[in-house]
Structures are given as structure tokens and as C-alpha cells.
Design a protein around this ligand. Sequence first.
Ligand code: GTP
Length: 675
Amino acid sequence: MARHRDFRNRTFSDDYDDDDVYGHSVEEDSCMSPSDAAQWIYDRSRNQQIQFLQNHNNIQEETEEDLADTSFSSQERRESIDLRSLNLDEEDEAKLMSCLDELRNVIGEAVADNILIQTVIKHNFDFSKSLDDILNRKTKEPEVPKPELVKPVVLIDPVKAPVITTVENTPKVVATNLEPKTVGVVKGFKVGQDGSSSSQPQTPRDQSPCTERLSKTEQVDEIKSTPKVKENKVDANALYVNERGSDKDHLYIVVIGHVDAGKSTLMGRLLCEMGEVSQKTLHKYEQESKKIGKQSFMYAWVLDETGEERVRGITMDVGRAQFETKTKRVIILDAPGHADFIPNMITGAGQADVALLVVDATRGEFESGFDLGGQTREHALLVRSLGVSQLAVAVNKLDTSNWSQERFNEITKKLKTFLKQAGFKDSDVTYVPCSGLTGENLVKSPTEAELLKWYNGPCLLDVIDKFNVPERPVSKPLRLSINDVYKGTGSGFCVAGRIENGVINKGDKVLVCPTKEMAEVRNISINEMPSNVAFAGDQVSVTLTGVDMQNVSVGYVLSDPIQQVPVTTRFEARIVVFNVKVPITKGFPVLIHHQSLVESANIVKLKALLNKSTGELVKKKPRCLGNNCVAVVEVEVCRPICVERYKDVKELGRVMLRVAGTTIAAGLVTDIVNT
Ligand SMILES: Nc1nc2c(ncn2[C@@H]2O[C@H](COP(=O)(O)OP(=O)(O)OP(=O)(O)O)[C@@H](O)[C@H]2O)c(=O)[nH]1
């Protein structure tokens, strides 16, 4: 059980700007920090605007203008079918929507919605069959011309002579069948002269508002050059089978839910039942928690390790622990529930394969967590937006309702409707009645007479064991997104993060992006065990040398030096707007959450408003965006970041937009814009 804390490198200025925030009671309705309050002076006229928004969803501009970018306004789109004409009942409509979303996630916008809809209905809402059908059909269609690739660049310091970042011959395991990759042109960004260790330390990522842009002369020129790295064509898939063939699959599970839903207690108790916590340790927690009047939190202490968390009785950072089921090694990421710590929750969710949503069944408590303002909905939407599609829902604390079946049904009914709308397929969600405090239905079948009367489903452990482990894209170019930077023992320093794509070996040369400095991998550890190699899907800690620790931050990406991660300050995204208090207009400032990175940004273009159900174009260049709309926007980030198009690397192609401590939208990166 361990966690790395790296507040030095964190960039959550909205959440941590002022120490006073930590003094607030968890019962407070508002979680806005003073800096947010200063930033969001819209409060002045909030009443008017809220009223305005309530009456005007999806507000449109009066005048019609031509859209320069017509990539999504094809003739096919105009032929799309109106869902109402299909006469589907509510459930079939939800199934259709969830299937369409899944299909769009995979194939993007390449196929018209009417074709997708017909295919889904033809296959009775079966996603796999529909996808097969579409893909087979697609191969027969003429190829759509691809957008021009962004050319590779090397970043230079404009005041010094441009020197190309060159990489030594590096024997390593790389993908064998890859096309040349793209790198975005970066503006307003400097690296050291030799490209391998910067002589000019970077500004911390959290201290540069968009308004303080670097001057034109500081913008980076484009140099058509690719670092010279010799590929050693070792088959990554074969290596994976060789190294991991006999191991249990690793499954990362993020535990989410409203504050005090009982997440840490549930996980702590589960670990105790699995024999992962000694009796001696548990006894110690019992005595110590009693001393400070928090005995009911003794199981939560297994995961809430810091003094502040224990005294306050809330989780603040992501707690980690692991255990084994029959078929898997499960790594738990216990996320904080309180709204103040959503950035940490997002960091946890960004590492997860699947999620466990914990809801408090106590009457009144479920309702306050589920209704607007509670974190149940926000967490579920966030994990879905981050690509998690399999979910277990622990209907927890059912002991407080005497194991009432009616209460269980009431809660699951509400959640089913919501989760379907949020994009979870019914078949991917399992509901488990349980109690973390009493241990009921966690690792073995229920013993409570009242529960036995109506429940004969699986216990929580069985549900976890049945999760499918997502495919690991080991043969793609390396992408490791950094979620922690810390000084280890010995030479160099450590970065922790999840390998999204590819393989990393001890001794590899890797490119630290967006700064594009070369570093060498000195050591690798997986779940605190040393290893020579790690693969996509692993959460690793890597010791780096050859680069200054000051020049590496949370949110950076370790990239394959040849097939580099795109770096840009501008990208286009298709966003879903959840919850805005003022309409989104051109220039709207937001905080972008991309993996563990938090960066100031502006929505610089509202390119199109799309129909929420069909995805067809409703309005070109809308003047503003209200709640619950789907739109294509262009986002400009204050400093270069590493993003991929969603269709290339899903994990690096998703963004979250937050304002004043609230998630207002989630989006998929559809294009990387050359600036
Ligand atoms: N009756 C009952 N109480 C529970 C149960 N599980 C947790 N609790 C109590 O709920 C309170 C909150 O539990 P935590 O485990 O800290 O909740 P949490 O969701 O991890 O809280 P945050 O991480 O801070 O959001 C504690 O007082 C627990 O004893 C349960 O199954 N039944």
C-alpha cells in the first residue's frame, strides 16, 4: 500500500490556492476557493444569467454563416434520421443512444448517423455485431482523404542557434509495424540548447495565466527533422507473452462516489477480509481511531494514511492497495469523494481500467449524493468520459435500511436510467447490495437473513473477478503519462505514471514531452517491485537520468523518441456540456484536465452545435453553448501539452473542462491544430 504525493508539482491552483480551503467543513455547499471567486466575477449578474439559461437551452445565433471547416457537415449528416420517427420506447432509445456513443467512440464521425442507427436497430442494439457490420461495410467504401499530418518539429530557443534534438542509437523494444507519427508545432515554448538537458528551467506549469503569452519572437520555428534513433525490431507482443504469459492479469479499479459514501471503509474492510491487513495493524487502527473519537473510520484508515485525512475523516489523495482474486491482481485506487479533491479523483480515474461506484443507501444520503451538486453523478460522468466502460455499483450501508429490497430497487432504478444516459451499457454495470462496515456480501455470500430473502447474486469480490481486463496496446509507440514526480534514492529521480501504449525497458532512451528532452530509463518498478520491462496498462515508477528533475512535471508524457507524441497549444474537441452557470462563449476561460495535467485554457472557437441524439450539425458557429449540448470547439491552452486524437490513443485524447471547482464539460480530441 503506498501512494506518492507530489503537491510541489501539482497545478491545482483553483483547489489549493489558499490554505483556508483546508479549514472548511466537508458539509459546506460551496467549494469555491478565493482565487476562483476572484476569477469568476460573473457572480455579479449570475441570477440573470441562470434564469436566462434555464429558459434558453442551446442558444443559437441569429445569423447563419458558412463554416470554414466542413469535416463534420457532410451530405451524409444532413440525411440523418430524426429519432422521433423511429417510434422507439424509452428503453430502446437509451440502448440505441448508448450503442451509438460506443460506435462513435470507435469509428468517430466517418459514418453517417442514419447508417449507424439502421445498423444498430438491425442488430437489435448489439454493439459488437453493429460494429462488425459497420467496419465490414466501411472497408468497401472509398477512402476519405485524411487530414494533413502535422509535421515533426524540434523545439528551439529563438535567441540561440537552432540545434536539432538528436537521439543516439538506442537498442530497445519498439513496435514493428508503425507508421511515421506526428508532432505538433509548438508556440511560445523553450527548451535548452542541446535538447538533452535544459539550461533554462521552466516556469512551473501552474503559474502562467493565458494572458501572459510569450511574444511572437519566442514562438518555436518548425524544423523538418526527425530524431535519429535506430529501431531494434523486437516483437513487443512476443515479449509480453514471454514476460507475462503465466501471470495473473493486472486490473486497476478506481473507487468513486459521493463524500462519505463509505468507499475507504468498504475497501479497507475488503482488504482485511482478504488477509491483506494484519490483525496487529487493525488493532492499532482501532485503538488510535478510538482515541480521537473516530472509531467508525478504523477500516478507512487502511487506505486513508495521512494524519490530516484521519483527523478530518475524509480521503484527500488517491489511496492505493492491492489484492488478488482467483484470476486477477487487482490494484485499488481509492479516490476522494469531496468536491474539493476532484482533480485527485480524476488522476485516479485516469489510471483505471474499471470503476467501483459506491453509493450510500441510507435514506436522504443517497439522494443528496445523487441530486445536482452531489458527486455521484459527476464521478460517474467523469470516469465514463475518461474511457471507463465497466462499472460495479456497491449499494453500500444497506444495513441502515435493514437490508430492504425496496430501497435497493429504488436506488438501482434511478441509477440505471442515469448511467444509461451517461453512456454505460446495462450489460456492463452490476449492482451489489453490501455493507463495508459489517463486511456483508463483500468476499463471501450473504449471511444476513433479511438480505438472503431476496438476494442470491454475486458478492463484491466475485463481481470484481468477473471484470474484463482491457486489451493492452503493447505494440504501439511508447506513451507514459506522468502523474507524479519525486526524488527517489540514488541517482536520478523518479516519475510515476501509467503506460498507455507500448513497452518501456531498463536502459531505454525516452523523450520527455512537451519539453522534448532526452532521458534514460535507469530503473523501473511496478507496484513497488523492480522490473526490467513494463507494458501498456502498467502503473509504473521509472527512475530517469540525463534530465533535470526541475524540467519534468506532472502531466508530461514519456514518449517514443521516433514516433513522438503530438505537442500543441491548440486542438479541436467534441464536447458535451454538463453544467454551466453562464453560457460558454468565444474566449471562455476554463481549466483543462488532461490525464493528470491541469492547465489554463480558453475556448477560442465555437465551431458547431451538434444534435445531442444524432450528432448531426444543428448550427454552424453558434454564439454560445448552454447546458446539455454537444458541440465542436477549438481550445487554446496556455502552454504546449501532449495530446493525441482520440481515435489514435484514447487515453490521451480525452479532456475535461472545469470552471470554479465544477466540471462543466468533457470532450474527445478530434483534431490537433497547427498553430
Ligand atoms: N452503517 C454503516 N456505516 C458505514 C458503512 N460504510 C462506511 N460507513 C461509515 O461512513 C462514514 C464514512 O466512511 P468513509 O469510508 O470514510 O467514506 P468515504 O466515502 O471513503 O469518504 P471520502 O473518501 O472522504 O469521500 C464512516 O463513519 C463509516 O464508518 C456501512 O456499510 N454501514
